[in-house]
Write a protein that binds this ligand. Structure first.
Ligand SMILES: NC(=O)C1=CN([C@@H]2O[C@H](COP(=O)(O)OP(=O)(O)OC[C@H]3O[C@@H](n4cnc5c(N)ncnc54)[C@H](O)[C@@H]3O)[C@@H](O)[C@H]2O)C=CC1
Ligand SMILES: O=C(O)[C@@H]1CCC=N1
Length: 263
């Protein structure tokens, strides 16, 4: 199976890196295009895949993944649409572009799958939501899910959930990185060497996330387990509540979902 990426930026690189690392595809099976020779050369060198500046070359792949910014999506589709045949599958990772919009822009019947992955694909820990268009068969959807499961979890969701997905997983790694950075800065302020502070902060986020996934316990219950009476943790929790931590996170996610809805 040949997979082509139109756009070879942050997200495409994370997916390509994840796919190759898991041995899901061989580097000969992947081709990617970019707008600049510099990016094409960098990606070719980093992953050993074939790269090109010609999107039409990529559009010959069995699975064509649109990995460009939303503003370039219309131009790219107009460029490749005559070449996309009825047996190819076009997968999009573009935020804010609906199946209806994609279908209208192609202006002809195309097998479309709208997805939203995230950059932890690079280390095999992505989570991706997928919404199939009506021309995609169960088998084709499963084939694409299998590809995405190669670098993390993948679930089929209704398209009405896609803006929530952008907030809770597509964009949320950025917020988690900010949280880790802030915790590490505070540890450095307490005297910890910076490299060690990143290790401790990141491992704590990883371990806490695993507890949520593996114990099935409510996050509030897991929080309570850390809070000794009159202890250190509850002193920190009180400060987080005073500073509006949870409402800040919720407002952040709302801004993110609204942006996705109105793109
Ligand atoms: N970065 C992320 O965490 C995630 C991004 N996405 C989606 O992925 C898409 C790409 O985002 P990023 O990778 O972050 O952007 P990026 O800016 O890192 O990469 C975009 C790439 O597209 C290339 N490009 C621009 N115009 C082109 C054209 N006409 N033909 C071929 N290539 C062209 C650029 O050279 C660049 O390499 C966006 O639509 C975004 O919504 C989805 C999930 C997560
Ligand atoms: O910021 C963005 O628009 C993209 C979509 C999800 C993550 N990054």
């Amino acid at each position: 199976m040949k997979v082509g990426f139109i756009g070879a930026g942050n997200m495409a690189s994370a997916m390509i890196g994840g796919m190759l690392q898991k041995g899901l595809l061989q580097k000969e099976d992947i081709i990617a295009s970019s707008a600049t020779q510099k990016t094409a050369d960098r990606v070719a060198q980093e992953f050993g895949i074939r790269t090109t500046l010609d999107n039409k070359e990529v559009a010959k792949a069995e699975i064509v993944i649109l990995a460009i910014k939303p503003i370039y999506c219309e131009g790219v589709i107009r460029e490749i649409r005559d070449q996309i045949g009825e047996n190819q599958i076009v997968v999009t990772i573009v935020a804010g572009r609906s199946l209806q919009w994609l279908s209208d822009t192609f202006g002809k019947p195309v097998k479309l799958i709208r997805t939203m992955p995230n950059t932890p694909a690079l280390v095999g820990e992505a989570v991706t939501a997928l919404c199939p268009g009506e021309l995609v068969s169960e088998e084709e959807l499963e084939e694409v899910c299998r590809l995405f499961r190669g670098f993390g979890k993948a679930e089929v969701v209704g398209e009405h959930l896609m803006d929530a997905v952008v907030a809770v997983s597509g964009s949320s790694p950025a917020y988690v990185f900010m949280f880790i950075e802030a915790m590490a800065d505070a540890a450095v302020a307490e005297g910890m060497p910076r490299a060690q502070a990143y290790q401790f902060a990141a491992q704590s986020v990883l371990g806490s996330a695993k507890m949520v996934l593996e114990t099935g316990k409510h996050p509030g219950e897991l929080k309570d387990m850390v809070c000794s009476p009159a202890g250190t943790t509850i002193a920190g929790v009180c400060k987080l509540e005073e500073k509006g931590f949870r409402s800040s996170v919720m407002e952040c996610m709302k801004a993110c979902a609204d942006k996705s809805r109105n793109m």
